[in-house]
Design a binder for this molecule. Sequence first.
Ligand SMILES: C[S@@+](CC[C@H](N)C(=O)[O-])C[C@H]1O[C@@H](n2cnc3c(N)ncnc32)[C@H](O)[C@@H]1O
Length: 220
Amino acid sequence: MTSFQAIIAEHASEGWEKLWKATTTPWDKGFANPPLVALLEKVPQEVKMPEKGQAGIRTLVAGCGRGYDVEAFSRLGGWDSWGLDLSETAIEEAKSWYSSLPTPSTPIGPVSFHALDFFTFDLPSGAFNLAFDNTFLCALPPSLRSAWGTRYAALLPSPGSLLITRAYPLMDAAEMAKGTGPPWGLNMEIYQTLLPEESWKKVWDGEGGEKGRLVVWERV
Ligand SMILES: C[S@@+](CC[C@H](N)C(=O)[O-])C[C@H]1O[C@@H](n2cnc3c(N)ncnc32)[C@H](O)[C@@H]1O
């Protein structure tokens, strides 16, 4: 078991708060995920992204940490952009980082950060239309993976809604057998199983950085 896995397993959900309080946040790059930004800046034709500034579009980044990807949805899409994290410290950090940014010169979508549990929070009316999962599935103990898939289906109920996954860290069978992460390893078969064809159509699969792919799933 890696040290991350041990902290999370030992302290259950409080493990994340403990990591944030200790500023043990090695996943934090300090900027939005570059493949996501590239996708939003130049949307591939296979991806039916909502129009920029389209009214009524609400986006979600679960396990948002300091919220860089939330800001990217707001700035590049102009949508109502929610960031959600279990750790109150993460959400305080996100609010503080966001409020430190210069006032944008062009209109952007509203941004809000919420200290909530992805699995249990009350869905807002209309739920969500677009979500980005960035190093969130790999942060969950494998026992929660099937609930992760079920929950995204509930959070993005309308046909045509999009789930963008940064599939990471992708590993072959030998690496997977070692049981390392960070925090837990993944492969594309796991994503396919959790996002079954009856509910999701994989519409795009692109470069996602080292050990990663950026994959877009459309709700059917
Ligand atoms: C590996 S970090 C990734 C953070 C961010 N996505 C990034 O790439 O910088 C995983 C995040 O998920 C949060 N988290 C873990 N379990 C959660 C849950 N059940 N609901 C919401 N957030 C959760 C943790 O607090 C942590 O900030």
